[in-house]
Structures are given as structure tokens and as C-alpha cells.
Design a protein around this ligand. Structure first.
Ligand SMILES: Cc1cc2nc3c(=O)[nH]c(=O)nc-3n(C[C@H](O)[C@H](O)[C@H](O)COP(=O)(O)OP(=O)(O)OC[C@H]3O[C@@H](n4cnc5c(N)ncnc54)[C@H](O)[C@@H]3O)c2cc1C
Ligand code: SF4
Length: 489
């Protein structure tokens, strides 16, 4: 067993370990041992792709490990598309199939601890807030030896273990059960070693031939040292300890668990603050909602949508009604009722939500406008709306009387309001899910009892026509109150 590195500085800089694989491939080509090489390069969308290459530059361009599962059928098609003699680099699980293909002359086998679908890369890019269109360069083993990405505006170089950590969430079922590590059936097996060195084991006469024509520097290493360096993967693959832990808890468990704990103190303090604050402004609410990322993704759950689906039969929306959706969030209410809507004004204190809402109105061909809610009174004339939607908003209002009085002003006489709000029981659930990072926080809030809501509506000129309480969570924890009211005076 040996360790080594390429004698070419450019290769060393672009490669994963010592650049030995790249040098072996160049040596094979330049000494006419093969006609072409199969490498893994990134395509124009920064997705790993098998490529047939025949120049030194192309081989160097493809240096570096790509930690992403790839399509074997594409690989076989590519190899069968030519009769020329090939050298190829592969993972242990691919080698048996490749050995059956006649034109594959040399196989360089990478060690392999695990692999993940491309989804893991996309997840990481998303978390780094990087759009594919902005990427100039990306590498799984760049600066810092880890995931690197350079965009038009920033450079990010993560340590190697950051990408490795995604393993807990994305490792494929096959890799979890895989016992292959050192690619024993290859002509030469290679793996990581000390920084800037590749670990090399030549296993066949063809392997020795390749080594002889590569421009590399090598020295010996003992088996004990190799075992020490790769103890973790040897234990994991051959004895299966960590695999059995993952099997017991499921691969998502550790990540979810850590997600629950990270930042728990701050979230706890924030929730206490939101619950204890007695008075807040519409601008405070807007600023809070603007901090909530991926609101729609979080709320793609049926309990959220029940505020619309569970109440739609309780109200008849007359044709040509002008509707006001107060604190419309991202416009999901307007989209849900779109077949019944002729004109709608969506109001929210959040600028971010309104931007999304505007787009949704347009995409769904809804005749609507948006307005930023900063204070009361609201810009519109008295009595100009036929219907008001007030979905899960009352609990986020600081001054209930002022708010309901304003809604009454905006509604025509005998106009209807559809109001939903969670029961008081919901407050503890909101608190806990936000503290444990299971759901976004709801920010400033104060939940009202049924009695309080009834009294507020009556005191502000509304007559309650219908009332419903629905259970919308397992265990009967979450109750939603729905009121259909009419403007009485
Ligand atoms: C998914 C994966 C898991 C790995 N796990 C381990 C591990 O647990 N322990 C360890 O010691 N080493 C592991 N390696 C190998 C290690 O990352 C290096 O590839 C190896 O040390 C060779 O380094 P080098 O500098 O000599 O190669 P380089 O000169 O950088 O050349 C690498 C070559 O591999 C090719 N290649 C890149 N990605 C792939 C891929 N997915 N499939 C096939 N060919 C590819 C490239 O085209 C390039 O020609 C893994 C590699 C991969 C791709
Ligand atoms: S862990 Fe095993 S199955 Fe997964 S990519 Fe590596 S060799 Fe293939």
C-alpha cells in the first residue's frame, strides 16, 4: 500500500486528495494505453454527469469527487456508444457491471463511505440561499476540502463535515446497507489519506501498468496506519454499528432532534416576549411576518387549509361582491375562493407576504389588488365592501375594538364577515412548536375565549348569524371558531 500525490500543482489544487486519480488517467491517455476516459464532471446546471473525454484538460477539469448518486443506465449507454478502449473511475457498487463491458480496460476504484441523491446538494444550496443561475463555480471538495460555491455576489467554503452531515438526512437506503468500502475488485483502489495525499492500492497487473506511467510521487504506508485512518468506515461498513443505530431511530431522527435543540433558548425567549407583550402595532406584526421564511411551505398542511375548506359552505358569496381579505398572508384565501371572487382587496402588514400575494393573484387570474396595512383607519371609504374575510387574524390584533369597529365601517349595511380564529387551547401548541422549531412562530398574539369574541362582535355592530367550532388536530387539541356575522348598524 502506498500514499502519493500528483507532481502537477494545478492537478493537486483541483483534486480531492492528492490528485493521483487524475494523474493516472492522464498517464493512461498519454501513453496510449486507452483511447478515451470516462470521468464525472458537472454539467451546465452544476449536476454531476458522466462524460467521455480524450484530452488532458478535460480530465483535469473533471478532477474532484462528486458526492451524488448517478444514473447507471446512462453510464452503460455512454460506454456502449463507443468501441474505443476506455479507462474509468468508479464506486464499489458499480464495478461488477463495468467488468462485463468489453471496452473497459482499466478501472480505478474509489473508496466509498456513503453517497446521497442530488436532492442533498439542492437542499444545501437552498439553505445557503443560492440560486443555481447565480453559480459561477461549485465543487464538493473545494477550498477547505469541503463544499465550495462561488456566485456572482459571494463565495462560500464549508468544511468537509458540513456536507457529510447531510448524510443523516439524505443517505440512500442502498448506501445504508452497503458493505463495500475499499473497492477491492478494481485495478487500483484509491481513497483519502492525510491532507493532499491519496491512498493507493494497486491490485492487478493492469493497475501496476497504470501506476508506472503516472506522473506522481509515492511512498509506503503500513496497513495498521491505513486501518487507523479509515477505522470509522471499516467499523461502519464491516461491523455495522452506526448502521444499526440509524436503522433503529430512522435516518431522519438525529437531524430532526438536533433541529429541535439548535437555538432553543432564543426561541423560548422570543415566544415568551410575544406572549407577554400587551400592546403592539400593525407595523410590529408586519415586521414579524417578514421574518418568517417559507410560510407557504410550512403551511401546506390540511389543518391550515381547513380555515377555508371547513367554512366555505357557511357563507354564500353573492355575484359581483367586492371582498376584503384582511391580513391575507400570501393570498391563499383568495386562491381558494377564486371561483367565487369577482373583485378582492388583499391587505396585510407584511411587505413580503404582499409580494407573494400579488404574484398569486396574477398567476390565478384573480381580479384583485394588494394594500400594505400600516395603521387604522384603512384607506378605503366606508361601506365599500360586500364581504370581509378575516381568517386567523383577530388573535394577532392588539386593539380588538378599534379593529372590529374599522371592519364594520368598511362593510356595507347587511354585508357579511367570515371570521375564524383558533381557540385559547391553541396557545400552548403554538408556543411549543415554535420553541422546538417544528413550525414557524406566530409572533404577537393573544387568544380570545368564545365569550369574549361574541361580546366584541356584538359591541362593534355585528350580528352573529352562524357559529361553528371545529376540531382540526389529532387529540382534539386544536379548535377553530368560525363566525358568520352581518353588519347590523
Ligand atoms: C461518493 C464518494 C464517496 C467517497 N467516500 C470516500 C470515503 O468514505 N473514504 C475515502 O477515503 N475516500 C472516499 N472517496 C474517494 C475520495 O473522495 C477521492 O476521490 C479519492 O481519494 C481520490 O482522490 P484524488 O485526489 O486522487 O482524485 P482526483 O484527482 O480528484 O480525481 C477524482 C476522479 O474521480 C471521478 N469522480 C468524481 N466523482 C465520482 C463519482 N461519484 N463516481 C465516479 N467517479 C467520480 C472524477 O471524474 C475524477 O476523475 C469517495 C468518493 C466519492 C465520489
Ligand atoms: S455506499 Fe455503497 S451503495 Fe452507496 S455509493 Fe458507495 S459503494 Fe455505492
Amino acid at each position: 500500500m502506498k500514499i502519493g500525490y500528483s507532481n502537477n500543482k494545478e492537478i493537486r489544487e483541483r483534486s480531492s486528495s492528492g490528485g493521483v486519480v487524475t494523474s493516472l488517467l492522464i498517464g493512461a491517455l498519454e501513453n496510449n494505453l486507452v483511447d478515451k476516459i470516462v470521468v464525472v464532471d458537472l454539467d451546465e446546471n452544476f449536476k454531476p454527469k458522466y462524460k467521455l473525454v480524450s484530452t488532458k484538460e478535460e480530465i483535469i477539469q473533471a478532477a474532484g469527487s462528486k458526492y451524488s448518486l448517478m444514473n447507471m443506465i446512462e453510464l452503460v449507454r455512454l460506454i456502449k456508444s463507443t468501441k474505443e478502449r476506455l479507462a474509468i473511475v468508479c464506486l464499489p457498487c458499480h464495478i461488477r457491471l463495468l467488468r462485463r463491458l468489453e471496452n473497459v480496460k482499466y478501472i480505478i476504484g474509489l473508496f466509498c463511505g456513503y453517497n446521497m441523491p442530488y436532492e442533498a446538494t439542492e437542499f444545501l444550496l437552498k439553505k445557503l440561499k443560492i440560486k443555481k443561475d447565480d453559480i459561477i463555480e461549485m465543487s464538493y471538495r473545494g477550498k477547505n476540502n469541503g463544499f465550495s460555491v462561488i456566485t456572482k455576489t459571494k463565495e462560500i467554503h464549508l468544511p468537509k463535515y458540513y456536507y457529510d452531515f447531510l448524510n443523516l438526512m439524505f443517505v440512500s437506503e442502498g448506501c445504508l446497507k452497503c458493505k463495500k468500502f475499499m473497492n477491492e475488485e478494481a485495478d487500483i483502489s484509491v481513497g483519502d489519506c492525510y491532507e493532499n495525499y491519496t491512498l493507493i492500492t494497486s491490485r492487478t497487473s493492469l493497475g501496476k501498468e497504470l501506476l508506472n506511467c503516472a506522473d506522481i510521487t509515492t511512498k509506503s504506508i503500513t496497513e495498521e496506519e491505513v486501518f487507523r485512518l479509515h477505522k470509522h468506515n471499516i467499523n461502519h461498513k464491516k461491523f455495522g454499528f452506526s448502521r444499526s443505530i440509524l436503522k433503529v431511530f430512522g435516518r431522519y431522527f438525529p437531524v430532526k432532534f438536533l433541529g429541535w435543540l439548535c437555538g432553543i433558548r432564543k426561541r423560548f425567549k422570543d415566544e415568551l416576549y410575544y406572549c407577554k407583550t400587551k400592546e403592539w402595532s400593525y407595523e410590529d406584526v408586519g415586521r414579524f411576518w417578514d421574518t418568517v421564511e417559507e410560510y407557504d411551505k410550512f403551511n401546506e398542511i390540511s389543518a391550515h387549509n381547513k380555515r377555508f375548506s371547513g367554512t366555505q359552505d357557511m357563507i354564500i358569496i353573492p355575484e359581483n361582491s367586492k371582498i376584503l381579505d384582511i391580513d391575507c398572508r400570501t393570498g391563499d384565501g383568495a386562491v381558494f375562493f377564486k371561483d367565487k371572487i369577482k373583485r378582492i382587496i388583499c391587505i396585510s402588514p407584511s411587505e413580503n407576504f404582499l409580494k407573494i400575494c400579488e404574484r398569486r393573484l396574477k398567476d390565478n387570474n384573480i381580479n384583485g389588488k394588494t394594500l400594505l396595512l400600516k395603521e387604522i383607519p384603512i384607506y378605503y371609504e366606508a361601506g365599500c365592501f360586500d364581504i370581509i374575510f378575516c381568517f386567523e387574524t383577530l388573535e394577532h390584533i392588539s386593539n380588538h375594538n378599534e379593529f372590529l369597529n374599522e371592519l364594520n365601517r368598511l362593510l356595507k349595511l347587511k354585508g357579511k364577515m367570515l371570521l375564524t380564529t383558533p381557540s385559547k387551547l391553541w396557545s400552548i401548541v403554538h408556543f411549543l412548536v415554535a420553541v422546538f422549531n417544528i413550525h414557524h412562530s406566530e409572533g404577537y398574539r393573544r387568544f380570545l375565549s368564545k365569550k369574549e369574541i361574541r361580546s366584541l362582535l356584538n359591541n362593534n355592530g355585528f350580528k352573529i348569524l352562524k357559529e361553528k367550532t371545529s376540531v382540526y388536530l389529532p387529540f382534539g387539541l386544536g379548535l377553530r371558531r368560525t363566525f358568520i356575522c352581518e353588519k347590523e348598524y
